[in-house]
Design a binder for this molecule. Structure first.
Ligand code: SF4
Length: 324
């Protein structure tokens, strides 16, 4: 599979000159054509910054951003504008970004007008084909955003993002406002796009289980660092980083005969301001040792296809003991 988008050693600081915080630190990430990469983490982990950095909506302070092998880290906006149709994004709350005066038809046509050289009849045909692909219902093309529920609005956002047949599609928590049925339908549509269109998809989500139905690989983000990354099935079967284990355990069925299986983390999800020396997860990690508070772990390659940033992983002692 060919790599479509890549971050190499990317670090991003946000804020003004008086107060800058590290939003992402030394991120290495790849996503290939025909692949869905899930990115999981709590609020403040840096998920949205990561999404925006992949699309070069954020300028990193260090590292390299590549699209189809081309370095776009320092490209001026004027040059990036030409690439905008090839790398697209959907937003958490599409109703906030859709023009309320436009119909769904006009909303789907707009990216084609901006980024594709098509005649008016070809554009109209492309919108009809897109509506079919999105499985829009009869008459929905003539509705305006206020007449759509969250699920249908998210579909229109997706339609706008894929109208130009991008190589990279980034979705920022697309199902967080949807009910279970609409979320399942949306993910099924995403899976069919992955299988039929030769694009790379990055799916940002709050927790691993929301990504698991469609993600081929999952990266877990904590305080702006990737703490674990690997094939979804491996990570679900045997999460190796203590934070991934805690995220997964939050979704275990409440079973009174197996008390203690849920891993309860100390304290709230931190913000970059709370960063302490050593491992960023140490203040909440149930198996932290003294060395974790001074030495920051770097990602360790596990097998051929996984990376885990924990000082205990190579010793085989990074699994949190499950007490009853
Ligand atoms: S390095 Fe230490 S504190 Fe960090 S996740 Fe591993 S065991 Fe926990």
């Amino acid at each position: 599979m060919s790599v479509v988008a890549e971050l190499r050693g990317v670090s991003v600081e946000l804020g003004d000159d008086d107060r800058r915080v590290a939003a992402l630190t030394r991120i290495d990430l790849q996503v290939a054509a025909g692949q869905i990469l899930g990115v999981a983490g709590e609020s403040g982990a840096g998920k949205s910054t990561l999404a925006r950095t992949l699309l070069r909506l954020v300028q990193p302070q260090a590292g390299t951003v590549l699209l189809e092998g081309n370095d776009i880290t320092a490209q001026p906006e004027r040059r990036l504008r030409r690439l905008r149709g090839r790398m697209t994004m959907t937003f958490r709350n599409p109703l906030a970004v859709l023009n309320p005066r436009m119909t769904v038809r006009a909303l789907l046509e707009e990216p084609l007008r901006l980024h594709a050289r098509l005649t008016a009849p070809a554009r109209r045909a492309a919108v009809e084909a897109l509506a079919e692909r999105l499985r829009l219902r009869a008459g929905e093309l003539e509705l305006r955003p206020a007449e759509l529920d969250a699920g249908r609005a998210q579909l229109v956002g997706l339609g706008r993002a894929i109208a130009t047949q991008p190589r990279l599609l980034v979705l920022d928590e697309p199902t967080c406002e949807l009910d279970t049925v609409a979320a399942a339908e949306f993910l099924a549509l995403l899976a069919s796009l992955r299988d039929s269109a030769d694009m790379a998809i990055v799916l940002i989500g709050h927790d691993i289980t929301a990504l698991q139905p469609v993600a081929d690989r999952i990266a877990v983000l904590y305080l702006g660092e990737i703490v674990e990354e690997g094939p979804t099935a491996d990570l679900l079967r045997d999460a190796l980083h203590p934070y991934s284990q805690a995220l997964l355990s939050a979704h275990l069925p409440a079973d009174p005969t197996r008390r203690g299986r849920r891993i309860r983390l100390r304290g709230e999800a931190p913000t970059p301001d709370d960063r302490t020396p050593g491992c960023g997860f140490a203040p909440r990690c149930p198996i932290a040792e003294n060395r974790c508070r001074s030495g920051a772990p770097t990602p360790n390659q596990i097998g051929t296809d996984r990376r885990v940033a924990c000082l205990r992983v190579l010793e085989g002692s990074s699994r949190i003991p499950l007490t009853r």
